[in-house]
Write a protein that binds this ligand. Structure first.
Ligand SMILES: Nc1ncnc2c1ncn2[C@@H]1O[C@H](COP(=O)(O)OP(=O)(O)OP(=O)(O)O)[C@@H](O)[C@H]1O
Ligand SMILES: [Mg+2]
Length: 304
């Protein structure tokens, strides 16, 4: 189990991570989301002791990082896919890190196969595309078969096939009991892969919920209905205390479930063309939660 306790990092006046407390469970893929500069990478670096916390601590299976006998067996990470000696080949790089960290070298072939790098294993890393470097970064993170896998923006630079492959890999890792933490700006990817979502803004925890809770969040959930008699349906719904908004072709209904709307329509012999519950996407929720907690906002309108 991985525990962050009041984890804090201050750079001069800037509080990059602010009293962050979290417990990350095995068998779960946690999506770690936040706007640019919100402290995701700094948190990940503190977990593996690359950055020293100003306050607070990280507890890994009851121990601090420096107390672990073979930390690479506990945690595997991908923080910066370019942090590789570019004059080495993929095979040489994996051999080097496995020797340095006393890992099982027999996993090199397995990792090259799994990440699809077998074809280019003897080519120097400097000739690799960003996606190929990401794949090598994933291979590096998993070389020691660690219990905790931390990947910072692993979808960056991956093609459709690579994204699909990573999604499957994360599920597989979690199913085998590993703790998987993945940061991303691609909400759709996190939505497709995560069991739990942690959102931070300006270094502070803004939301921590399971995907199920996220889906049930009433914030923006509504029922969409189209019928042959919109005005009559609207009146009926309002008489039943629903909050109703007229859209172009249908109605946006709050306070009633799709089932209740369906029963009401049936009782009054209205024909339904469409009836569905619309859930907020992770992207909408993210925007809602992080509003006002962003350091860098795009201002496309300033380009002339
Ligand atoms: N070495 C450093 N020295 C000074 N400030 C730093 C340093 N590293 C990070 N910061 C600052 O800490 C804040 C958090 O940065 P961090 O890289 O953790 O954000 P992030 O959430 O990973 O952002 P992104 O989505 O852009 O990767 C930023 O304001 C950043 O400028
Ligand atoms: Mg980052």
């Amino acid at each position: 189990m991985l525990k962050l306790v009041n984890l804090t990092k201050q750079y001069g006046d800037k509080i990059a991570v602010n009293r962050l407390s979290l417990t990350l469970q095995p068998g779960v893929v946690t999506g770690f989301l936040g706007p640019n500069g919100s402290g995701k990478s700094t948190t990940m670096k503190m977990i593996i002791s690359l950055v020293h916390p100003t306050a607070g601590e990280v507890i890994i299976d009851g121990k601090r990082y420096h107390e672990l006998t073979e930390p690479t067996k506990n945690i595997g990470t991908l923080i910066d896919p370019s942090a590789i000696n570019h004059n080495l080949t993929a095979r040489q790089h994996l051999a080097l890190i496995s020797t340095a960290a006393n890992m099982d070298t027999s996993r090199i072939n397995q990792m090259l196969d799994m990440t699809g790098l077998k074809m280019v294993e003897n080519k120097k890393v400097k000739s690799y595309s960003l996606g190929m470097k990401q794949r090598l970064g994933v291979a590096t993170a998993l070389m020691s078969d660690p219990d905790v896998v931390i990947l910072d923006e692993p979808f960056n630079g991956l093609d459709v096939d690579g994204i699909k492959w990573l999604r499957g890999l994360f599920k597989q890792l979690a199913n085998s009991g590993k703790t998987v933490i993945v940061s991303s700006h691609l909400m759709g990817e996190i939505q497709a892969v995560a069991d739990r979502v942690v959102i931070i803004g300006q270094g502070k925890l803004l939301a921590d919920m399971t995907m199920k809770e996220m889906n049930q969040k009433s914030l923006s959930t509504y029922v969409y209905v189209e019928t042959n008699h919109l005005k009559k349906m609207k009146k009926l719904l309002q008489d039943n205390l629903a909050n109703v908004q007229e859209l172009e072709k249908g109605l946006e209904v709050r306070n009633l479930t799709a089932k209740e709307v369906g029963i009401l329509a049936y009782k009054h012999q209205l024909t339904l063309f469409e009836l569905k519950t619309v859930q907020p996407t992770l992207e909408e929720l993210f925007t809602e939660i992080t509003a006002g907690k962003v350091d860098y906002v795009s201002r496309g309108d300033e380009i002339t």
